[in-house]
Design a protein around this ligand. Structure first.
Ligand code: TLP
Length: 359
């Protein structure tokens, strides 16, 4: 029985076309700038996002880290959301490795940062304070439910940033999901910001890699940081080749993942005991919560990990992201039957193992 893996779109395997492209890629030493396939991917990425230059990096985490370190010096401050991936899930790299201070402000449920909150967080010129250098946004916003920020909103953040002499970085790990959901060109989402990272290895199915885009000067600085971080790869064209196939063929189909996320959300939220934690899905993520008043008698422990384990025994993997919360992410390898099988498995567990406490 093939496993239905909804834990993340990072679990996606490369397609057959990617494997072929990887096997046949012309390569060279990318540390000398001589890998033709890496160079082609970087040129494609920069053109697609309307930026001067691009840099292939091993991961989204390194892309964001290299960006923050290229924008900020030690002791400088970045304003970012308290639910942002960079703050929550990148092992504190910006402070551990870059000495960059983070100033978290609340993410709104729609993934945005309130403009007044940003304004209040910008430090005055005073020797007691770190120097504010950067604002970081995330689009789509993972922890807020895969929600999207509009070009207009991002433009207003960019104007605020410019008025204070700050730069804006966008963690666009799933930028193409946002562009497809909004029906805009990816470049429209990249235009307001100074730098942007996107990932090839999530919904686009490439096995490895992300791309950081920005001005020539910025990318030159990020290139040195990538080397410092040990991210200078050699014949990386074998990886970039899959990224080229990803950019050429996988973007328009993301809409299918979004439709399946909606279908999954409809089916699961119709089951007694499950509610959507972040509303109707906007892209490829479904966040669910087991309602208060529903519990699993029998064994100790929080319900979400226990339910996730029961699902695993049925060949279905989901993320447990809190004591009562789940994340399910649709992607290329999830078809309609997988969606239906997931709804049926949840239904079976809710009927057989979960009780309403008031019953
Ligand atoms: N996110 C992963 C986990 O780390 C949570 C996932 O399964 O969603 N930015 C955003 C918004 C991300 O969601 C991720 C990965 C990254 C950056 C980091 O990318 P990688 O894993 O390539 O370092």
């Amino acid at each position: 029985m093939p496993v239905i893996d909804l834990r993340s779109d990072t679990v996606t395997q490369p397609t057959e076309a990617m494997r072929q492209a990887m096997a046949n890629a012309p390569v060279g030493d990318d540390v000398y700038g001589e890998d033709p396939t890496v160079n082609r991917l970087q040129e494609m990425a920069a053109a697609l996002l309307g930026k001067e230059a691009a840099l292939f990096v091993p991961s989204g985490t390194m892309g964001n880290l290299a960006a923050v370190l290229a924008h900020c010096g030690r002791g400088d401050e970045v304003i970012l959301g308290d639910q942002s991936h960079t703050f929550l899930f990148e092992a504190g790299g910006i402070s551990a490795l870059g000495g960059v201070h983070s100033r978290q402000i609340p993410n709104q449920p729609d993934g945005s940062l309130d403009l007044d909150d940003i304004r209040r967080a910008v430090r005055p010129d005073d020797a007691h304070f770190p120097v504010t250098r950067l604002i970081a946004l995330e689009n789509t916003h993972n922890r807020c439910g895969g929600v999207v920020l509009t070009p207009d909103y991002m433009q207003s953040v960019a104007e605020l940033a410019r008025a204070h002499g700050l730069k804006v970085h966008l963690d666009g790990a799933r930028l193409f999901n946002a562009a497809v959901a909004l029906g805009v060109e990816p470049a429209a989402l990249a235009a307001p910001v100074d730098s942007v990272t996107f990932c090839l290895s999530k919904g686009l199915c490439a096995p490895v890699g992300s791309v950081l885009c920005g001005s020539h000067d910025f990318i030159a600085r990020a290139h040195r940081v990538r080397k410092q971080l040990g991210g200078g790869m050699r014949q990386a064209g074998v990886l970039a080749a899959a990224g080229i196939v990803a950019l050429e063929t996988m973007i328009p189909r993301l809409e299918e993942d979004h439709q399946r996320a909606k279908r999954l959300a409809r089916g699961l939220s119709a089951l007694p005991g499950l509610v959507l934690a972040t509303g109707e899905p906007r892209t490829n993520m479904v966040f669910l919560r087991l309602e208060d008043g529903f519990s699993l008698p029998g064994a100790p422990g929080d319900p979400a990990p226990r339910i996730a384990k029961m699902l695993t025994e049925r060949g279905i993997r989901v993320g447990d992201v809190g004591p009562r919360s789940f994340r399910l992410v649709t992607h290329y390898w999830i078809d309609d039957e997988a969606v239906d099988a997931t709804i049926a498995a949840f239904q079976d567990i809710l009927q057989t193992a979960v009780v309403r406490s008031s019953d």
